[in-house]
Write a protein that binds this ligand. Structure first.
Ligand code: AMP
Ligand code: ZN
Length: 112
């Protein structure tokens, strides 16, 4: 979609700090990190949100890639969080499906 910021990023039209990219999926550092490691994993294909996914292979594409990247960065030792905000009340601000991969601080209880 021409006016979608994440489509532009996926096409290389907006510079970001890429961690991984291929024809189907891109991974880059969030511009406003909420944890020491905060990556965004998204399909190159423009899908508005998780609620619009019809082909379940999209989950393998983004979650599989997220876990592979997490392992590659050695994050499995300390652990990590994967989040997909969906729709307005879900806190989604960019209407192109993306998974947040967060690590480097404690998301459990007690917080810290
Ligand atoms: P969400 O609120 O789940 O839609 O997440 C959107 C995320 O995209 C936020 O964490 C933003 O910080 C991030 N973001 C938006 N624009 C950019 C950009 N140009 N480069 C990197 N991250 C971005
Ligand atoms: Zn898009």
């Amino acid at each position: 979609m021409s006016d979608c910021v994440f489509c532009k990023i996926a096409k290389g039209e907006i510079p970001v700090d890429f961690v991984y990219r291929d024809d189907a999926v891109v991974v880059f550092r969030d511009a406003s990190p909420q944890a020491p490691t905060h990556l965004l994993v998204l399909p190159v294909q423009h899908i508005v949100s998780a609620a619009e996914v019809n082909d379940p292979s999209v989950w393998t594409l983004i979650m599989g890639r997220a876990v592979e990247i997490a392992r590659g960065l050695g994050l499995e030792k300390e652990g990590f969080r994967m989040v997909i905000n969906t729709g307005v009340q879900g806190g989604q601000t960019v209407p192109h499906l993306h998974l947040h991969l967060l690590s480097g601080r404690n998301f459990g209880w007690p917080p810290g």
